[in-house]
Design a protein around this ligand. Structure first.
Ligand SMILES: [Zn+2]
Length: 550
């Protein structure tokens, strides 16, 4: 690919780990009737582990933790890099280093992030980068989808330009897409991310590396920021107004790599009409982390750039984010702390009329940009999507609006807390897994709450991630209700209030309702009468006698 700017090379040669096949040894154990295959993992991406051990032999500034154990029994390595390397997050209590987190290979066919992240670990430990470790602790998960990674074949993502020997598959060992698991938390990998990285280490910055396949352009690296408007507005603005221009400039001037925000043409027949990113739902991990009041980035590299260009581009992007986080450490730490503080304060002040957005409008952000594209041949297919082919002829699409600002189309009131009127440990566990505090009444409480009566419940036509997604229609009403001792309660006076609301609001587009958690409580076996959503919203301050669920 003929780039206008040369991709500057990092000091060392590339790693190029991709392309070796792992071995899985199958042992068949015959139980009474049924032969049960048990997979004993002989080699867990042995070349990655060998590379990590090599780094450990060379440096005392790296420690290895386990992010998760996959359904096929593989341990997902989490590299902790610091100077000194902290033995646990508690060690950071008395110094002012901030934690940043990079993960790669969530879709195991999208592999350059793995190479780039390992190169970065090596270069930091060998002192070949600016001294990021003065102000930062760097967490790296090079192989997030370890099970998908082992299923390598040259037939996977065959349109992608390399690596030659093939790549892994998109899905994890449960045949689930890990970048759709941000809210339902049904995979060990994403549960591990939440528990062992986000809760345990509390990184202020998160990056999820992917390779896109969509619109044609010349820029090898794209990325975007938190898009969900139910997140903290100051964090959203900081990422669009400060982080994006600063990193775009670093990439261009310091690292010689062209970037544009991640997206696709809104209309291939009229490319200058608009550029559109992935949706705002927090099932996508970059949006999910944003709802947790932290800076978060989705990196998507360009699949038709050659492998080396993609690896170098992704490496440069990781470096640029470290440069930015190092120079702006104090401001970032203050920004996320302030977001947590505002979350707690909103619920403590019942006169504030906060809102939760249930439906979005979208519009362009103020800043427009140029896309170095190609003239395209567009052919009708009769279906909804035309066939698009780039020609050899380059063409710059100028002043393109970027539709990355989601705004409120419809809102509901933000409560002080939610009563959950079902004694169902699995529901409570789903909420607590995110790190949200759940309490339980130890004395009954009679008070006014808002109920949601379901008038219509619909399942999606096709299954999605093993679910027929539920949508409901209904009516809100204030009612006096008595909750017995033992009723669960989620206060929104906590840093994860935005996430709690997203999970518990009945009309949330990515909450527990959508993912079928409450189906059994909404539809009775014989009756067609509507049911009340078993979650009730509290708007007025009340002295509840309760204890925290441990
Ligand atoms: Zn992907």
């Amino acid at each position: 690919m003929d780039l206008q700017l040369e991709n500057k090379k990092p000091d060392e040669e590339l790693v190029f780990l991709v392309g070796r096949e792992g071995r899985v040894e199958e042992l068949s154990v015959t139980m009474e009737k049924y032969p049960v295959p048990i997979y004993k993992i002989v080699e867990v991406e042995a070349d990655v582990m060998e590379f990590i051990r090599k780094l450990q032999r060379q440096s005392s500034k790296i420690r290895l933790e386990t992010l998760a154990t996959t359904t096929e029994g593989r341990k997902v390595p989490l590299l902790v890099i610091g100077d000194p390397v902290p033995s646990s997050p508690a060690d950071l209590k008395f110094d002012d280093r901030a934690v940043v987190y990079f993960q790669a290979n969530i879709h195991a066919g999208e592999v350059e992030g793995k190479e780039a992240a390992l190169m970065l670990a090596r270069d930091i430990l060998q002192g070949k980068t600016p001294n990021y470790l003065d102000r930062l602790v760097v967490l790296i998960v090079p192989l997030f989808n370890a099970d998908g990674n082992e299923k390598m074949s040259p037939n996977n993502r065959s349109d992608q330009k390399g690596p030659e020997k093939g790549v892994g598959i998109r899905y994890n060992g449960q045949n689930l897409d890990l970048n759709r698991d941000g809210m339902k938390l049904e995979t060990p990998e994403v549960v591990g991310l939440v528990q062992n990285a986000l809760i345990r280490w509390d990184p202020v910055f998160f990056l999820d590396a992917h390779t896109h396949n969509g619109s044609y352009h010349q820029e090898p690296v794209t990325w975007t920021w938190v898009l969900n408007p139910n997140g903290d507005p100051a964090i959203l603005d900081f990422m669009a107004d400060r982080l994006w221009p600063a990193v775009e400039k670093l990439m261009r001037e310091q690292y010689g790599t062209l970037t544009i925000p991640h997206g696709d043409f809104m209309d291939v027949r009229n490319p200058e009409k608009g550029w559109v990113p992935l949706g705002p739902q927090p099932r996508y991990l970059s949006n999910y982390v944003g709802l947790r009041n932290r800076l978060s980035v989705l990196n998507e590299n360009y699949p038709y750039a050659d492998f080396e260009t993609r690896v170098r581009g992704c490496y440069n992007l990781l470096r640029s984010f470290l440069d930015f986080c190092q120079s702006n450490r104090d401001e970032i730490v203050a920004l996320v702390a302030e977001a947590d503080r505002k979350s707690v304060e909103r619920a403590a002040n019942p006169n504030e009329s906060g809102t939760f957005i249930t439906e979005y409008d979208w519009q362009p952000i103020e800043q427009r940009f140029d896309i170095l594209g190609y003239e395209m041949e567009v052919t009708d297919t009769g279906g909804p999507w035309p066939r698009v082919r780039p020609t050899e002829q380059k063409k710059t699409y100028t002043n393109v609006p970027y539709y990355a600002r989601y705004t409120a189309k419809r809102t509901v009131r933000f409560p002080m807390g939610y009563f959950i009127a079902v004694q169902d440990p699995s529901v409570i566990e789903k909420i607590r897994r995110h790190g949200i505090t759940v309490e339980r009444l130890t004395e009954p409480a009679k008070l006014e709450v808002e109920a949601f009566s379901v008038t219509e419940i619909t399942g999606s036509e096709r299954p999605n991630q093993g679910h027929y997604l539920t949508t409901v229609k209904g009516e809100y009403s204030l009612e006096e209700k008595e909750f017995p001792a033992g009723t669960f309660y989620v206060s929104t006076a906590q840093p994860l209030a935005n996430l709690a609301a997203y999970l518990l609001e009945p009309e949330s587009d990515d909450g527990l309702m959508v993912w079928n958690t409450f189906d059994r409580y909404l539809a009775s076996q014989w009756s067609r009468e509507p049911r009340e959503h078993p979650v009730y919203k509290l708007y007025r301050s009340a002295n509840l006698v309760k204890e925290t669920v441990e």
